[in-house]
Design a protein around this ligand. Sequence first.
Ligand SMILES: C[S@@+](CC[C@H](N)C(=O)[O-])C[C@H]1O[C@@H](n2cnc3c(N)ncnc32)[C@H](O)[C@@H]1O
Length: 255
Amino acid sequence: MRGYDILGNIALVKFQRGESAKSKRQQAEQLIKNNKRITTVLEKKDKIKGRLRTPKTSHIAGLKTKEVLYRENNSLFRFNIDTCYFSPRLANERKEIASMVKKGESVLILFGGVGPFAITIAKTGKPKRIISMELGRECCKYALENVKRNKVEVEIIQGDVRKKLPSLQGKFDRIVMARPNLQDSFLDVVFPKINKSGTVHYYGFYKEESLGVLRELIESKAKEAGKRIRILKIKRAGDIGVREYRYRADFKVLN
Ligand SMILES: C[S@@+](CC[C@H](N)C(=O)[O-])C[C@H]1O[C@@H](n2cnc3c(N)ncnc32)[C@H](O)[C@@H]1O
């Protein structure tokens, strides 16, 4: 076994290449035995792929389900591991961003998945309006369920940010861009939707030595949109490969 993540009732295991089915099953059964919360062990197959960022898994031991019920930051999330992206490693990010939200803000979460950013922020009781936009239909179905489950108010919009955002009514004080690892920065459609003095949290994937590219990208897209910005902070928000990291750039839009 190379390692595993626990998501509520499910353990997602990465095995060594070439391990036999019998050895996988024995290790999986041991995991279930040693951890009362785990009822299902799935093998994580490939790297996370495609626009929907969903992992491919196969059942190894325990109950045959791909549905997780996962608690994070005092909220509960249900979702299907094969059809929805959810990263438990972003828990602290959600908490940190929620702590920055001020009373009465209107907040937009792009690439919202099954709702974790939006629900964590809504739970603070501070925003006056909060929207989560997500491409995946299944994810949106779960996001709606999760909003009800956590007794908060969040609008869920299903669709492609590039197509849906331009026609969305209103502007926002804070926009969270929990982007997947794609070329498209989506910044051109975001700039027209942010209020003066609003804040954008932009996630991107870079090697440490090419971090300058992120700064340049944000500055050049701001210029194209006729916006003046101030980058407040660029921080590491998790690693995704060999010396490659998820970074979060926080910037204020001044005009
Ligand atoms: C990195 S995940 C973030 C999910 C979630 N916010 C979280 O923290 O677990 C990216 C999400 O963006 C969605 N996505 C990808 N391309 C999109 C697009 N063009 N418009 C809207 N959502 C998109 C994927 O379906 C996926 O759920």
